[in-house]
Write a new protein. Structure first.
Ligand code: ASP
Length: 630
């Protein structure tokens, strides 16, 4: 291969095949950088030694595919190329065969300036020849393999599930496939193998996984693709911790494959469980854990980025009188948190800049300023309320170098009346502001820069106890926050029963019911979600009822599944993680398109094959479909 030869091979004969990466014609000498996926080797064609080959080499152009036979020659030290591993040798050609010529490509794999992304996607086969893409795709292979090896060693079977199936309830729009044999009927491409993997537990496979494509017709963002790959798994008799231990194990293997040690070496001590652990089949895990409620309160979102300090509710460090004083001074509602947001080492900004805080970014977009009241001038705060300000600074452990501000809910009754000033909404807006500031001052705090210490660079977290239901503003109804097969906390069962017919009531205590659902989060990005499932048919029926489905509707959509639950279903649970996202992070790539060989654009178009396309009338007729022209 073109990356293989070293000084030790000098004098040996070698055959190389590959692409002409670059050709330099110095008259009597022609140099060719020959490329394959392993690297480059310099090929030399000498007119005096071999005039016939030299003549042939003059025909070569970029991206021609050639085979050469030659002798490996040690280069003179002053001509070493330190940038490539084969840089100390070259191959002196004896024979050259042109296996194929190439048109002048729209861009070259060796170009240092990237062409427009549309061009890269249209000529993806050329784009994929680039070093960076070869690296990413190799990384993807290594990561998937490490995960497969780990899970197989843990006793998981990789089992395939159908792509042509029926709608699964992950909450997105389905991609449909029309049936020719039964005109008017459609398969849906799976949004996930959720029901199948649960059925596999009912079928006795105990531990299942699959690295599997999922299809969701959603509005696309930079980190979404209409088809994407999940590491999907399910197991029987788990506590949440048993699922977490498996995930931590395969993530450790995946990160190791990419050269990062994210956990300490597992010591023997950790392997020994105490009796309680065994009885409760609790497995020890290492990632930090945080409840959903705490995440919302302290980070303002359900995927906290732990690389920057949490938000502090300063009321907790003040007496009631001081809270009154503070709230009054800045017209903040004292019933809701008064949040101190702190960005380390970003303190030295001008007064003008300080005044623009809150006028940019996602915080604006989510309507933050509509009812969040900001105090962005600590100096004025210190002058106006010296005692309170001193206490606040101490309580929140603010350093003089830090940029910090207070955010409270604007205390205006007329606003409180029209705005949803719930704790959750308020905290979320503060969370957006925190992230906006973190982005804006990234250079100053440096917390997003890699240090080389993987334990610091990759901050993992389990977010637990998600709500079971979430209010859908557009549909004006409660929907499952995860999916309807998620178990709830046993203690919340009574609440479910008492409110089983309140799917249209935004104030329903359904919103307080907690699920045995969890997310794994890395540096503020959600890597995956899972849950312990409902394994009893009666409870499953109640959930469908709470979601406003009649028995008939539930039977029509999930009949086969409801029936399966009746035939001896073991307790089970699992999770699914986004493989594309994990590889993207490991490859240090900016977009999922950099780690998916043949991705789609933001408009869900494959520019290389040009899909989707209209189909012939004959095909439509066969399917019994008429397209309405708008
Ligand atoms: N099917 C779920 C999802 O795709 C994951 C799970 O619950 O295992 O989000």
């Amino acid at each position: 291969m073109c990356g293989a030869l070293r000084s030790a091979d000098a004098g040996r004969k070698a055959v190389l095949m590959g692409w002409v990466n670059r050709r330099r014609d110095l008259g009597s000498l022609i140099f060719i950088d020959l490329r394959d996926r392993t690297g480059l080797t310099q090929i030399v064609v000498n007119k005096e030694l071999n005039p016939a080959v030299h003549q042939k080499a003059e025909l070569l152009r970029n991206e021609y595919v050639i085979a050469v036979i030659g002798t490996v020659k040690q280069r003179d030290p002053e001509t070493f190329n330190k940038n490539i591993p084969t840089g100390e040798i070259e191959l002196v050609v004896g024979e050259l065969r042109i296996l194929n010529d190439a048109k002048q490509p729209p861009f070259l794999p060796s170009d240092t300036v990237l062409p427009h992304e549309e061009m890269r996607l249209k000529y993806r086969y050329i784009d994929l020849r680039r070093d960076a893409m070869q690296f990413n795709i190799e990384m993807r292979h290594k990561v998937s393999k490490a995960i497969r090896d780990y899970l197989s060693a843990q006793g998981f079977f990789e089992i395939e599930t159908p792509f042509m199936t029926r709608s699964t309830p992950e909450g997105a729009r389905d991609y449909l496939v029309p049936s020719r044999v039964q005109p008017g009927s459609f398969y849906a491409l799976p949004q996930s193998p959720q029901m199948f993997k649960q059925i596999l537990m009912i079928s006795g496979f105990d531990k299942y996984y699959q690295i599997v494509r999922c299809f969701r017709d959603e509005d696309l963002r930079a980190d979404r693709q209409p088809e994407f790959t999940q590491i999907d798994l399910e197991m029987t008799y788990p506590q949440p911790e048993s699922v977490w231990a498996v995930v931590e194990g395969f993530l450790q293997a995946a990160f190791r494959a990419a050269g990062h040690e994210i956990l300490g070496q597992p010591s023997d001590e950790k392997k020994v469980q105490d009796v309680d652990d065994i009885l409760n089949s609790r497995t020890r895990t290492e990632f930090l854990r945080m409840s959903y409620d705490e995440a919302i309160r302290r980070y303002g979102n359900d995927k906290p980025d732990l690389r920057l300090p949490p938000i502090v509710d300063v009321r907790e460090g003040l007496s009631p009188e001081e809270v009154d004083e503070l709230a009054m001074k800045f017209r903040m509602r004292k019933e809701l948190p008064i949040q101190l947001i702190r960005i380390p080492k970003a303190g030295d900004i001008s007064g003008t800049e300080r005044r623009t805080i809150g006028t940019y970014g996602a915080y604006q977009h989510v309507g933050g300023p509509n009812f969040v009241q900001l105090m962005t001038d600590p100096r004025r705060f210190g002058k106006d309320l010296p005692a309170v300000s001193e206490k606040v600074v101490k309580f929140a452990e603010v350093d003089p170098q830090d940029l910090w501000l207070l955010a409270g809910a604007l205390n205006k009754p007329e606003i409180a009346a029209v705005m949803d000033q719930s704790l959750q909404h308020f905290c979320e807006k503060c969370g957006f502001l925190r992230l906006d500031l973190a982005q804006k001052y990234a250079e100053k705090h440096g917390a997003f820069k890699k240090t080389g210490d993987s334990a610091m660079d990759y901050r993992f977290l389990w977010v637990t106890d998600f709500p079971m239901f979430e209010w859908d503003k557009d549909e004006r109804r409660w929907n499952p926050a995860h999916h309807p097969f998620t178990s709830l906390h046993e203690e919340d069962m009574a609440k479910l029963e008492a409110n089983i017919d309140s799917v249209r009531d935004p104030k329903s205590p359904l919103g307080e019911i907690r699920a045995l659902a969890y997310d794994v989060v890395l540096n503020g990005t959600e890597l995956g979600s899972g849950s312990i499932r409902i394994h009893r048919q009666d409870i499953q029926r109640k959930i469908f009822q709470a979601l406003g489905m009649t028995d008939e509707e539930a039977r029509a959509r999930f009949g086969f599944f409801m029936e399966a639950l009746e035939y001896g279903t073991p307790p089970h649970g699992g999770i699914a993680l986004g493989l594309d996202r994990i590889v993207m992070i490991l490859a240090g790539a900016e977009s999922l398109r950099e780690v998916i060989p043949f991705p789609k654009t933001a408009r869900a178009v494959d520019l290389m094959v040009d899909a989707p396309t209209p189909v012939s009338d004959a095909q439509l007729r066969e399917l019994g479909i008429t397209v309405k022209k708008s």
